[in-house]
Design a protein around this ligand. Structure first.
Ligand SMILES: [Zn+2]
Length: 424
């Protein structure tokens, strides 16, 4: 898929190898080990049926921060993001609108790219849709069939013959993955979340209600691909990410990322499928961003209370102020958007912009050290922004004219490289 274009940030003189991130699987902050100088990340992308709201923006800005951190530290970074361009909500929305699902997917993916560009989110190294990677998925599902960790469910009045499910019980016997070890939810929580997040616990013929679909047999009005072993059909949701990660990143890769609503079932089963065929963990760490609400209520399509990035930009809000607002909330916290908070972020951004006129030699070094130290502690962006505030206040208070002989790496460059905040 077409990626979006943003200038690449610069490597900075920083103390690296100190990064710690909160790992969902172990429920602890863990030191991040980057092997062979190559940091690798997979972040689950959008299902392109509706525009980017602040909750999505929060997730992609979070992992953009990590991406920039690694680049600034001088690592080689490979970052993969997918687009779930074959999925039930997409077909349902396209049907409602009376358009082809691919047209809807194209339009919404374009809007997402434009939102990301506004927010100065760097494009990933690989940006892939399911429609482009079905062969990878077919290969992976066939491998799971060979391993005996899948079973086929017979059709009934609502479903055709041939849906293939992943068997949790068989995987427990034949692989090193155990249910609950990735998403770190209790059994009760998993039972609660499964139907809310695309699962079908009541489908007749399933061996375990939580078993996920890996290959959906051909249905009328839905796209499908031929496969001699699996039959005509299309990929399940979780296996799509296992296959794209497996084909673009090492095993295990460094960080699996996404919103906290992906802990279960999505990341749990993506990891289960990957582990079944590789006999290794899918990722070193599983990192999840919090949920964003609107005026105290969780933002969701069903409630119709989505604050869209494109709407905020269209009404004249500064994309960099939106980014500053997102960064001012620690990525793991659940928080709520308000217009007042955006107005505060806008004022804050102006003070930083004013301070540039008074920058002195040494400022860039101090900012680099302080921002990098804050980000090293589980991407503490709010603390990083406080470091910028301290710098801006000092310079605005002293009001000495800008040093005319500043090095090429100045405060503007540092804020863009590490925080993705463009002052110009
Ligand atoms: Zn995914």
């Amino acid at each position: 898929m077409k990626s979006w274009i943003t200038p690449f940030p610069v490597a900075l003189p920083v103390q690296r190898d100190n990064l710690r991130l909160f790992d969902t699987a172990t429920q602890q902050k863990q030191r991040v080990c980057v092997e062979n100088n190559h940091a690798t990340m997979y972040v689950c992308g959008i299902t392109p049926y509706d525009a980017t709201h602040l909750g999505h923006a929060n997730t992609y800005v979070t992992f953009d921060l990590l991406y920039r951190y690694w680049i600034a530290a001088g690592y080689r970074v490979t970052y993969t993001q997918n687009v779930t361009d074959v999925d039930d909500p997409l077909f349902e929305r396209a049907n409602e609108l009376g358009i082809d699902y691919q047209e809807l997917s194209q339009d919404q993916t374009d809007l997402f790219r434009s939102d990301m560009q506004h927010l100065n989110v760097l494009a990933p190294s690989h940006y892939l849709g399911v429609t482009e990677t079905v062969d990878w998925v077919r290969t992976l599902v066939r491998q799971m069939v060979d391993l005996g960790v899948t079973y086929t469910v017979p059709g009934d009045e609502h479903n055709p013959d041939g849906d293939i499910y992943f068997s949790i019980d068989a995987a427990h016997e034949r692989t090193s993955w155990r249910l609950g070890t990735v998403g770190a939810h209790t059994q009760d929580e998993m039972v609660e979340y499964f139907p809310e997040r695309g699962g079908d616990p009541d489908r007749p013929g399933k061996r375990n209600p939580l078993d996920p679909l890996v290959w959906s047999a051909r249905r009328d009005g839905e796209p499908y691909w031929h496969d001699d072993v699996l039959g005509a059909g299309r990929p399940g949701w979780h296996v799509e990410c296992s296959a794209i990660a497996y084909n673009t990143l090492p095993t295990p890769f460094t960080v699996q990322g996404g919103g906290s609503d992906l802990r279960f079932p999505h990341h749990e089963f993506s990891a289960a499928h990957a582990t079944a065929v590789t006999h290794k963990p899918m990722a070193q760490l599983y990192v999840h961003s919090g949920m964003v609400g609107l005026d105290g209520v969780k933002m969701s399509k069903s409630l119709g209370n989505l604050e869209l990035v494109s709407n905020l930009v269209a009404r004249g809000e500064s994309p960099m102020a939106i980014r500053a607002l997102l960064l001012d909330n620690h990525y793991r916290s659940d928080w709520s958007y308000t217009d007042e908070a955006l107005a505060e972020a806008t004022k804050r951004l102006s003070s930083w912009r004013e301070a540039v006129a008074f920058e002195q030699r040494g400022d860039a070094e101090t900012l680099t050290t302080e921002i990098f130290a804050a980000l090293s502690d589980d991407l503490n962006a709010p603390a990083a922004l406080h470091a910028v505030d301290r710098w801006a206040k000092k310079r605005l208070d002293e009001a000495q004219p800008r040093d005319k002989a500043l090095p090429s790496i100045n405060a503007v460059v540092v804020l863009d490289a590490l925080l993705g905040i463009k002052l110009y």
